[in-house]
Design a protein around this ligand. Structure first.
Ligand code: AMP
Length: 170
């Protein structure tokens, strides 16, 4: 099955000049959803992963399902102000301005083996900040996985030193 065919390009969303990779067309296809999950699982199985961390919000869709398949726990990384208990925060630069992400302080333990997951790698800024959050809490990043890598934006450069995997490249 060619998963690329199930991803829809939406030009000029959310702003002029961006081609948004819309995965809702893949998610609503039962075979597309299950094949994507199987492929992501095959990238990450047998690595001793104890927790999967998904990045708000599209990283939750396969992140949660992957955690269950891997026999791991699931931890959300969220936008500021969404998590109810004590958090650690990391800020990162956007094209215009600055953004932040948060994780619960007690989400990870020393010795946890982490898979970080998001739907799409663009510039890598979000995932780089997520890596810093995980390392602040003393856990080990075993692998980073994406459904889609926009390779022309060289996001992998920001994630040097980590094992980075993706299913679909543009
Ligand atoms: P970045 O920090 O630049 O790697 O951006 C990654 C985040 O922005 C991911 O959570 C993506 O869901 C979202 N994103 C960035 N560019 C796109 C795009 N062209 N289509 C869909 N999502 C995108």
């Amino acid at each position: 099955m060619d998963l690329k065919k199930l991803i829809r390009d939406v030009p000029n969303f959310p702003i002029e000049g961006i081609i948004f990779k819309d995965i809702t067309t893949l998610l609503k296809d039962p075979k597309g959803y299950s094949e994507t999950l199987d492929k992501l699982y095959n990238l990450s199985k047998n690595k001793g992963i104890t927790k999967v961390i998904g990045i708000e919000s599209r990283g939750f869709i396969f992140g949660g399902a992957l955690a269950e398949k891997l026999g791991a726990g699931f931890v959300p990384i969220r936008k500021p102000g969404k998590l109810p208990s004590e958090t650690v925060t990391e800020s990162y630069e956007l094209e215009y301005g600055i953004d932040s992400i948060e994780m619960h302080k007690d989400a990870l333990e020393h010795g946890d083996k982490i898979l970080l997951h998001d739907d799409l790698l663009a510039t890598g800024g979000t995932m780089e900040a997520a890596c810093k959050l995980v390392e602040k809490l003393g856990a080990e990043i075993v692998q980073i996985s994406f459904l889609i890598d926009l390779t022309f934006l060289n996001g992998k450069e920001k994630l040097k030193g980590y094992e980075v995997q993706s299913l679909i490249e543009y």
